[in-house]
Each structure stands twice: as structure tokens, then as C-alpha cells.
Design a protein around this ligand. Sequence first.
Ligand SMILES: Nc1ncnc2c1ncn2[C@@H]1O[C@H](COP(=O)(O)OP(=O)(O)O)[C@@H](O)[C@H]1O
Ligand SMILES: [Mg+2]
Length: 358
Amino acid sequence: MLIADRYEFYGKSYVGGMARVLPCKDTVLERDVAIKIMPGSANRRRVLDEISALLKMRSKHVVQVYDILKIKVDDLAIEVDDLAIVQEFIDGKDLFDDALVPGSAAEYLKMVWQIASGISDIHALDVIHRDIKPNNMKMDPEGLIKIFDFGLARDEGISAATVGFIGTRGFAAPELYQHDAKFTAAVDVFAFGSSALYIGLRDLPGELLCQPPIALAENYFAKLPFALAGEVADVLNSCLDMDPGKRPLMKNVRDVLAKHLLFDRHKALVVFNGKASYLDSNNRTVNLRLPSMGEVGISYDGFSFLIQRQSGDVFVNNRRAVVGEKLPGACVVALGAPEKTNLRRYITFDLSHPEIVL
Ligand SMILES: Nc1ncnc2c1ncn2[C@@H]1O[C@H](COP(=O)(O)OP(=O)(O)O)[C@@H](O)[C@H]1O
Ligand SMILES: [Mg+2]
């Protein structure tokens, strides 16, 4: 059967909490799509505004919305008042599935970084997802995680009575349980924290299962089956702060996770006196000296390149070097005081920016 003269419905539909999702083949572009039918939402301004924002989004970690349809399909009981969202089809399991348990801290970091990136991209468009949880994320056959199921229709008439409607126990932030709850992007940050904990522990602690959730007795991210860096465990734990104002921005969480994913993967080129050398995880320090002028040691700690030691006159981009300072991505280090003019010598430093490879 063809929907909108174009989408061939095959197989069987998924029936979720409020929506029906139909796997279809787009016969024009010959690709698989998932058409989500949202009953009765076609005339809600906010839903439409939000979908138009999502239509503009291009994120590797968010299901792409291709089109919106308002058509009646008698055979499938689709009414004109229903909104049908045509989305990219993701073939794969959702993250609630036990088959997708991370086996190491590195695998775990890759997973939570992808989720954090997707949510940051959503927030960058001023959209709040509202129903972040492992069931609403899938991993495709290439290992890419994509987020779907925007809580588009769940924003109206919020009150304690409807909380079951706008959130999911264990993932809904405490402020969603308040009367007249006003929510911000911080609800997604909380739900991300719960999801990250679930993905690591395959369970949620009792504090999060209370309704509303209560403050965590300890940092559970420090007790996952694999060891996370302290900074990673702390930033993830801060997502679960009971006070929405104290939760970090999603992009800051993403950046901390990226920093740890890139640990020991940088490479810098250092050129002095016509001689080039590389600094990386195999070769962590270099010492350069200009007799009677100055001497500098640069070292790589896995995250940054730092001035490890210096003596005499050493300048980084014309400012006197300070031991412990981080070198910018590209800079010139001068040995010798400025008044020494043509007796000074220069070191050029260039960092090649590594990418996260999934
Ligand atoms: N883009 C998609 N690609 C593949 N399957 C999807 C897609 N979107 C949703 N589904 C499937 O349909 C189910 C219900 O969709 P969802 O958007 O989560 O709606 P609900 O609000 O009912 O939970 C999902 O759990 C998932 O199995
Ligand atoms: Mg869902």
C-alpha cells in the first residue's frame, strides 16, 4: 500500500506509547524511511514549529526528519488531523537492549559521547527532546548511535498528574514532578545522566527510581564495571544534580567526553633550526636550547602540550613563557629577549587536530 503516492508500507508497524511507526520504502528516492504517526497533533503550533526546526537539523547522532505529511489514509486509520513525520530509518537495536552493553571504558565513552553530541545538536536549535532514555536511541550497523522520538506532543497541560506522560520514571528530572513544571533543556541533561548510568550499570539506583527522584547517595559513575577518569565520572554525575541550574550544558559534557576520547591521540610538529620533530604519545617531550639565550622543554600529557620547563628568555607568541602553560594550536616560541633582535631564534609549533573515529 502506498502512502502519499510514494511511501510503500511493508512489514508491521511498531506501536509505541502514543505513536505508531510504519517502516516504509520511499519509492522515489529508493531508501528506507520510518513514518511516525502522531494522532491529533497536526494543528498544534508548537509541534509544527518544533518539526520545522528539526527539518533543518543535520546531526550524525539524531535521526533525520525528511518530511511531514498531513494526509488521510483510510486503510491505516490515519486521519488528516494526524501528523505523519517521515524520518530516516535506523536498522538496529535500541540501547535498552542487552546486546549493546559496552565492554570497556573506551567503548562506553564512545557511546555516551555520541549521545551527548546528538543532544547538544538538538539544544543548539533551541529544541528540548523531553524523552531521552535508552529506548529512544538506536545503534545502526556501523555503530553510530542516533536519537529519535522527540517528545513533540508532550508539552501541553503539564502538571504532576501528567508527568507519566511527559517523562519516564528513572529518567524524568525532579522538576518535572512539580506542579506547573516549567522545563528547560536541563531536563534532557538529567535524562542523559540517567541514560549514561543505565548504559554502564544496566540498572538504575533506587534514588532515581523514586518519584520524584532524590539526590544520589554517591557517585555511581565511579562504580561502573570499568574505570572512568575522575573528570568523566564527575561531569556525568553532575548531570544528575537535583537542581537544574547546577547541571552542566550538554555541549560542555560532550567536550569533556571528547577530550577523554582523544587522550593520547594528538600529534604536534615542532620545527627549530630547520629541524622538524614530532611530539605525540610515543615521544612526549622535546628540549630546545639556544646557548646563552634560553632553553625550553615542551611536553605532552595526553591532553595538551605544555611548557614543562624554561630558563633564560623564552616567549610564546611574544609573551614570556610560564611553566605549566598550555601551548595554543599554532604558535611561535622565541628563544632570546626581544632586544637581542637578529640573535633570537624561533621555534614553530603546530598541532594537528585529531578527530574522533567511531
Ligand atoms: N527512525 C526510526 N527507525 C527505525 N525504527 C524506529 C524509528 N523511529 C521509531 N522506531 C521504532 O518505533 C518505536 C516507537 O517509536 P517512538 O518514536 O519511540 O515512539 P513512542 O513515542 O511511541 O515511543 C521505537 O521504539 C522504535 O523501535
Ligand atoms: Mg519511544
